[in-house]
Design a protein around this ligand. Structure first.
Ligand SMILES: Nc1nc2c(c(=O)[nH]1)N[C@H]1C(S)=C(S)[C@@H](COP(=O)(O)O)O[C@H]1N2
Ligand SMILES: [Mo]
Length: 161
C-alpha cells in the first residue's frame, strides 16, 4: 500500500496543451521514453535580489521542444507556430514564458529541459520534480521552475504568410 501510494505521489505528470494538435499528459516514465538531454552544472542566482542560492549539479531530462513537437505545435497548413508563445505553469502558480523562436530557432532551445535527474540521481518532489530549467539563461533562478505542471501554447497576433 505504502509503496503504491508513494509511487503515485512521486510520479507527477506534465500536461502539454493549448494550441497544439495532440494535448499530452506525461508522467516521468513517459518522459524517459524521449531522447535524453543534459545541461552543464551552474550556480543558481536570483534575478530580483542578486542572491546567490546554491550550486546545481548536472540536470538530465528531455528538451521542452521535443515534448512540444510530440504534441504537434507545428501544425500543417498554417504558419501560426512562428507567432506562438509558451506559458509554463508550476504547482504553486509560478509561471514563466518561452517563445517558439527562442526554443526552435535559437541556441537557447537546446538547453531548455524538463529535468527528472540531477547528478545521475532521480529527482523527487522535494527536489522540485519535474524541474523546467533553461541552461543558457544569464541569471538562472527565474527559469529554474520547480514542480512544472503544464505548458500551454498561445498563438499571438494575426495570420500572415
Ligand atoms: N515553482 C516555483 N519555482 C521557482 C520559483 C517559484 O516561486 N515557484 N521562484 C524562482 C525564483 S525567482 C527563485 S529566486 C528561485 C528560488 O529558489 P529556492 O526556492 O530554491 O530558494 O526559484 C525559482 N523557481
Ligand atoms: Mo528570484
Amino acid at each position: 500500500m505504502t509503496s503504491l501510494r508513494q509511487s503515485v505521489l512521486s510520479s507527477p505528470s506534465v500536461q502539454i496543451g493549448g494550441a497544439v494538435q495532440r494535448p499530452l499528459a506525461l508522467d516521468v516514465a513517459a518522459m524517459r521514453e524521449f531522447e535524453r538531454a543534459s545541461i552543464e552544472p551552474f550556480d543558481l542566482v536570483c534575478f530580483s535580489t542578486g542572491r546567490y542560492i546554491r550550486p546545481m549539479g548536472r540536470y538530465r531530462g528531455v528538451q521542452l521542444r521535443v515534448l512540444l513537437d510530440a504534441a504537434g505545435v507545428r501544425r500543417p497548413d498554417n504558419t501560426d507556430f512562428k507567432r506562438t508563445v509558451f506559458l509554463a505553469h508550476a504547482h504553486d502558480g509560478y509561471a514563466v514564458t518561452f517563445s517558439w523562436h527562442e526554443l526552435f530557432n535559437t541556441p537557447v532551445g537546446a538547453q531548455v529541459i524538463v529535468a527528472y535527474e540531477c547528478e545521475d540521481r532521480a529527482l523527487g518532489i522535494d527536489d522540485g520534480l519535474p524541474v523546467l530549467v533553461s541552461g543558457a539563461d544569464t541569471v538562472r533562478a527565474p527559469r529554474h521552475m520547480k514542480r512544472l505542471v503544464r505548458v500551454d501554447a498561445h498563438v499571438l497576433g494575426a495570420p500572415h504568410r
